[in-house]
Design a protein around this ligand. Structure first.
Ligand code: GDP
Length: 297
């Protein structure tokens, strides 16, 4: 499970304060050093860790003794609140267009989980909101990607618009959007191509699709297992596309979790959902406060 190592280390860091009536400067310094190391080891971005530690230290030093909380509990509370803040404070819902269809474009590296996540989101909207989504298969470079989306569509009973691999993706999106208009679909998902790494051609193609489709939401799908790279990837995509949100996948895996903790702070973009498994139902709204509690164990 994600965060196991981090949880254990944070708990150990704060254990030394337990039972103390007063926290000395040395205690606080040691604790903060341990917290800093724990976060760095969990792959949290260096600058994010620096800011976090500084804020927690300042708050801990300036804190008035709260009734009912001993010093250790008080620091746990501050860490909890600052972790929550780091991840964005509150959940951020999907953008919705005032007139149908709401267009949601997906972006991300190959293997990040775009196609799976399109299915999960469409399935969620369909079952929870009675939505009538259409999914557009615009990944023409990996032939299996289209088949994969078609299979997902059959599984969740959501139509897929595809034109094979011989048509330009921008044209596929244009025709897909026209079909959505005609069929009164209320949501359109655009499943785009990924690459193993960010490259200029891919980014230009995504920018062209964005210009044509004017998406209400551009969701960047990021594999949490890729650690620091997840953050670099998010920055690269965000610089070019100005994404509106992030979906972190594979949080069910054995990830150290740093991506979940850094992405919001580094990109300024909210994590909207997290993927925690391969099944269509394995998608959860991202709640920063609940994630902070989970991390603290
Ligand atoms: P794409 O290339 O970005 O479209 O990625 P895919 O949707 O094909 O996903 C790549 C692999 O990751 C597939 O085997 C998915 O089943 C798997 N996957 C996607 N999301 C998750 C997740 O949240 N948890 C786990 N464990 N696997 C996932």
């Amino acid at each position: 499970m994600a965060f196991e190592g981090l949880t254990e280390r944070l708990q150990n860091a704060m254990k030394r304060l337990r039972g103390k009536g007063k926290v000395s400067d040395a205690d606080l310094r040691d604790t903060m050093r341990e917290i800093r190391l724990a976060l760095l080891e969990a792959d949290v971005n260096f600058d994010v860790v620096k800011d976090f530690v500084k804020t927690v230290r300042e708050r801990a030093v300036g804190a008035k003794v709260l009734e009912g909380l001993n010093p250790a509990q008080q620091i746990v509370k501050i860490v909890d609140e600052e972790l929550t803040k780091m991840m964005g404070e509150t959940e951020v819902p999907l953008n919705k267009s005032p007139k149908i269809p709401t267009v949601i474009m997906m972006a991300g590296l190959q293997g990040a989980g775009k196609t799976t996540t399109v299915g999960k989101l469409a399935n969620r909207l369909k079952t929870e909101d009675n939505a009538r989504p259409l999914m557009i298969a615009a990944d023409v470079y990996r032939p299996a990607a289209i088949d994969q989306l078609v299979t997902v569509g059959q599984q969740i009973d959501v139509p897929v618009f595809e034109m094979g691999t011989d048509t330009n993706p921008v044209e596929i999106v244009r025709q897909g959007l026209a079909q959505a208009q005609e069929n009164h679909n209320d949501y359109v998902f655009i499943d785009t191509a990924g690459r193993l790494q960010i490259d200029e051609q891919l980014m230009n193609e995504l920018a062209d699709i964005k210009d044509l489709a004017h998406p209400d939401e551009i969701l960047l799908v990021v594999d949490a297992m890729t650690g620091q790279n997840a953050v670099a990837t998010a920055q690269g995509f965000n610089d070019k596309l100005d994404v509106t949100g992030v979906i972190l996948t594979k949080l069910d895996g054995d990830t150290r979790g740093g991506a979940a903790l850094s992405i919001r702070a580094v990109t300024g973009k909210p994590i909207k959902f997290v993927g925690e498994g391969e099944k269509m139902s394995d998608l959860d709204v991202f709640h920063p406060d609940r994630m902070a509690s989970r991390i603290l164990g």
